[in-house]
Design a protein around this ligand. Structure first.
Ligand SMILES: [Zn+2]
Ligand SMILES: [Zn+2]
Length: 308
């Protein structure tokens, strides 16, 4: 069956919509509920259910400790030059993220998570955990890391999202590199076209690491900023693992200029679509777009693509 290709020329902007929206604990509560919903009747239901337990644990540990704060220099560089204040690769991590990791593992174990993988996370020395964290943040995880990535990735997400949630959003206004997160400089996992309120019908990119969202015009490639080569690929309802509404809500935005793609989720088609959960529930779409020669432009921190 041919894949429908849809071109969407919407570029309208609403002047009073926020440019940047910071995450909160609720981000993870909503994600946990979405994973649980998507797991029902899905071919990868067991995996999605586990990821739901991970997201629930992220929600529960979010308020367990104070937010890390960026250095005074990083805040100043952000104000003066629009540099992301919590750059993923250069921000020193305190031991709090490893405490988050231990608590996430405890909670997922109590929910019936995979004993061997959780024991392997517990067995990591601090140095090994830091080295794995560095590989996840750099996008250079190894096949041998695959079983540990969801838990270590989840802990890093909580630590960075908690820090992001405490920032002054007005101080991020100078940021002008729309292809990476204004808070941590990580690539987006996906984009979401929002429903309702002042953000209605606007496209926001969703940071793969800290869950900050930032606005970008709809018919513009999220990797190279060109608006010429963008087109949309989606699975037919039969090939999609989910309801018809879910199928209609998911597309891959592929760019002929830079030969990359990122998924886009439409909340007017499915009000609960979540950029992280729906991404992992639609890996069949990645296969289809990969086959057509497009490389994915942003990571999912809960998944090692080579070994999952
Ligand atoms: Zn971020
Ligand atoms: Zn492009």
């Amino acid at each position: 069956m041919p894949t429908p290709i849809i071109t969407d020329g919407t570029t309208d902007r609403v002047p009073n919509a926020p440019r940047v929206v910071l995450p909160s604990a609720q981000t993870f509560a909503d994600r946990a509920a979405r994973f649980a919903q998507l797991a029902r009747g899905h071919a990868m239901g067991e995996f999605l259910q586990l990821m739901g337990h991970v997201a629930q644990a992220q929600y529960e540990v979010f308020d367990a400790r104070p937010a890390a704060t960026p250095s005074a220099e990083a805040v100043q560089r952000s104000l003066n030059y629009g540099m992301p204040p919590l750059s993923a690769l250069s921000t020193p991590r305190d031991a709090g993220w490893r405490a988050d990791l231990r608590e996430i593992v405890q909670r997922v174990r109590a929910a019936g998570g995979p004993a061997a993988a959780l024991a392997a996370v517990d067995a990591l020395t601090d140095a090994e955990a830091e080295a794995l964290a560095d590989r996840i943040l750099a996008g250079s995880t190894l096949n041998a890391d695959a079983a540990l990535v969801p838990f270590v990735g989840a802990a890093l997400q909580v630590w960075f999202a908690r820090a992001a949630s405490a920032l002054d959003v007005a101080a991020l206004e100078k940021f002008d590199v729309p292809t990476v997160c204004p808070v941590c400089a990580t690539r987006p996992v996906a984009s979401v076209v929002r429903l309702g309120g002042v953000r209605n019908n606007l496209r926001y990119l969703h940071c793969a690491l800290c869950s900050t969202e930032w606005n970008m015009a709809r018919i513009q490639c999220s990797a190279c900023e060109q608006d010429k080569g963008a087109h949309y690929l989606s699975l037919s309802a039969q090939d999609n693992d989910g309801s018809d509404a879910t199928a209609a809500a998911r597309r891959a935005e592929a760019c002929d200029e830079c030969k990359t793609y990122l998924k886009i989720f439409y909340r007017d088609k499915d009000a609960y679509a979540d950029p992280v959960a729906d991404d992992l529930a639609s890996l069949a779409l990645d296969l289809l777009v990969d086959e057509r020669g497009f490389a994915r432009s942003g990571p999912n921190m809960l998944f090692h693509p080579g070994g999952g």
